[in-house]
Design a protein around this ligand. Sequence first.
Ligand SMILES: Cc1cc2nc3c(=O)[nH]c(=O)nc-3n(C[C@H](O)[C@H](O)[C@H](O)COP(=O)(O)O)c2cc1C
Length: 183
Amino acid sequence: MAVLVASTREGRVGDEVGRWFVECAAGHGGLALDVLDLATFAIPARYPAEPTAAMAGFAKRIAVAEAYVVVTPEYNRSFPASLKQAIDCAYAEWRAKPVGFVSYGYRAGGRYAVEHLRDVFTELHTATVRDAVCLDLLEHDCGNLGAGPHAEGAGHAVTTLLDELVWWGLALRDGRRARPYCG
Ligand SMILES: Cc1cc2nc3c(=O)[nH]c(=O)nc-3n(C[C@H](O)[C@H](O)[C@H](O)COP(=O)(O)O)c2cc1C
């Protein structure tokens, strides 16, 4: 399972949210985790005529993974441009695999970003799982997500997300093996 950390902003909290989620996912058992922190990929802001090595490297890791979790903030009621630029580096590599979301923002917990991402990932022939982890930054201290009054609820939300993602991951793996995807 690939975990995409979407924010590349200087001073971001996305790295802390990503770290917490990966720790939770490691405890879920049986998942091979690959963290794709977009701040560590030199994906160009302008789309080049030919994919750069960074773009090709990113697409290769998307190809290898059988499920994805996107850890994203909400910027102006959507997701950050850094994430769209990365998503667009791959196409067929995403196909017929499940995608889940961990979002964060104020009050809505990044839900608007998730809803926009569902549209994008439908275009890419993925299955987005219903339940997301949405963290309200007014309630959560990103440096200490494992503690505090809302930690238990967040932990349950992670379990639900991962249970659904594993179910879809196994079902779609079987499906891809049984017959070529039609799309
Ligand atoms: C350009 C920009 C736009 C933002 N727009 C929203 C927004 O529409 N809704 C929201 O809940 N938070 C918004 N925020 C607050 C971010 O969710 C918050 O700063 C969060 O920490 C950003 O994630 P990051 O630190 O990992 O980059 C915005 C922040 C930035 C920098």
